[in-house]
Ligand binder design. Structure first.
Ligand code: FAD
Length: 400
């Protein structure tokens, strides 16, 4: 998508982050629409959904109508047929407005549509994409279990084949969109002794016998997002719902998470930008000791540090998205983007809170919510420790 067919980009502002690349008009429009939606709809409602722990349903529906749930879905199935660069540009803005809405869309696009696109058969694409692209069916991705998060190879959910069906048993934990999803990619092992070669990926839906939604998780942040346990009790899944080949599930899971990490890096950049915006507005609007808070060197240095690290993380994130679009290896770059962006999101939240003083602790400012929302970026889709392990594995003289 990065051929120079679009108009020239600005040398400043968010799109300016990818200086040297011409951004197609479709991407510019999507970015502008997301930005407007964030300012006019998401930001005014974000605190309410956080406080009430309520799912931002009308916002997600409005974004579905705009086509944002079908960014990666092929046009022939009602999607926009765009790429990860478009998704990244749109999702940064959506996350700047509301991280709960952001993660809902990120999981749907990056963790459901993306693997379906890469590993699904034509029949599966024809069956699932129309619902996903229109937003009628929300997507979820379920690999984590109560006792297995980082160590995904050790999952205990089992699958056994009986005729034309697979029978799944087990519990998945912390599943975003879990109670609202109409389409779920999940993972189960044929035999734990086979380790990675024993894991299968399935596309399942809540109407399958033996499926139920377990407890709702109560959370520190992104409280408007839907996070639940899923229970598979002799759940019967048609053989036609196996994603990829038998034994390919772990590969699918890891490939998907590389893209998902770009999504979480994007979320973190959006949260960090919201923190910076709030900090600048506060520092410029408040006077003390006879001058604007922003004119204090210690404050302006914090703002400079935030702005620089956010821009660096944005570049890493856009680069990872562009590599994925080019079909190039992007595991290291996705991990670097997620690590860097999630750390600046948390540091920016802390610095912005400090600049606000007591007002940053109070619920009248968005900083208190952003401070809580930022934390999850360092945990899901691979903790910062796991990102460091992935990066270090690639930093060898013989590796790119
Ligand atoms: C709000 C929320 C939403 C989520 N959404 C989803 C979802 O949609 N789908 C899904 O499948 N999962 C989801 N998750 C799960 C998430 O991906 C896991 O929480 C994450 O992978 C960490 O796993 P864990 O919580 O089991 O922690 P653990 O794996 O038990 O890790 C505990 C600690 O040990 C550290 N650690 C682990 N291994 C190493 C190591 N080798 N070296 C050094 N330190 C290590 C970790 O970094 C961490 O600090 C979600 C989680 C949350 C909180």
């Amino acid at each position: 998508m990065l051929e120079s067919t679009g108009t020239e980009i600005e040398s400043s502002g968010r799109l300016g982050a990818i200086l040297g690349v011409s951004v197609p008009e479709t991407h510019r429009q999507m970015y502008a629409e997301a930005k407007q939606f964030a300012d006019e709809v998401l930001i005014p409602a974000a605190d309410l959904h956080d406080r009430e722990e309520s799912f931002p349903e009308s916002q997600v529906n409005a974004l579905a109508e705009k086509g944002f749930l079908g960014i990666l879905a092929p046009e022939q199935y009602g999607g926009m047929g765009l790429d990860n660069l478009a998704l990244t540009l749109a999702l940064e803005e959506i996350n700047r407005g509301c991280a709960s809405t952001g993660v809902t869309l990120s999981v749907h696009n990056s963790l459901l549509s993306s693997p379906l696109l890469h590993f699904g058969t034509e029949e599966q694409k024809e069956r699932f994409f129309p619902g996903l692209a229109s937003g009628k069916s929300l997507g979820a991705y379920a690999i984590t279990e109560p006792d297995h998060g980082s160590d995904a190879l050790s999952i205990e959910t089992t699958c056994r084949k009986e005729g034309d069906e697979w029978i799944l048993n087990g519990t998945k934990a912390w599943i975003t969109n879990g109670s609202r999803a109409g389409t779920i990619i999940t993972f189960a092992t044929m035999d734990p002794a086979l380790r990675s070669k024993g894991i299968n990926a399935f596309v399942v839906d809540p109407s399958m016998p033996g499926f139920s939604v377990g407890k709702k998780e109560l959370k520190l942040g992104i409280r408007g997002s839907d996070t639940v346990q899923l229970v598979f009790d002799e759940m019967r899944v048609p053989a036609a719902n196996l994603l990829g080949e038998e034994g390919q599930g772990f590969k699918i899971a890891m490939h998907t998470l590389d893209g998902g990490r770009v999504g979480i890096a994007t979320q973190a950049v959006g949260i960090a930008q919201a923190c910076l915006d709030a900090a600048v507005e506060f520092a410029e609007g408040h006077e003390m000791f006879g001058r604007r808070l922003a004119d204090n060197q210690l404050v302006s240095h914090k703002i400079a540090d935030m702005a620089t690290r956010i821009e660096a993380s944005r570049l890493l994130t856009l680069r990872a998205a562009m590599l994925k679009d080019a079909g190039a290896p992007h595991s290291r770059q996705a991990s670097m983007a997620k690590l860097s962006a999630s750390e600046i999101a948390n540091d920016a939240a802390r610095m912005a809170l400090e600049i606000h003083g007591g007002a940053g602790i109070g619920r009248q400012s968005p900083i208190e919510r952003l401070f809580r929302d930022a934390k999850i970026c360092e945990i899901y889709e691979g903790t910062s420790q796991i990102q460091r392990l992935v990066i270090a594995r690639h930093v060898r003289p013989d590796r790119s």
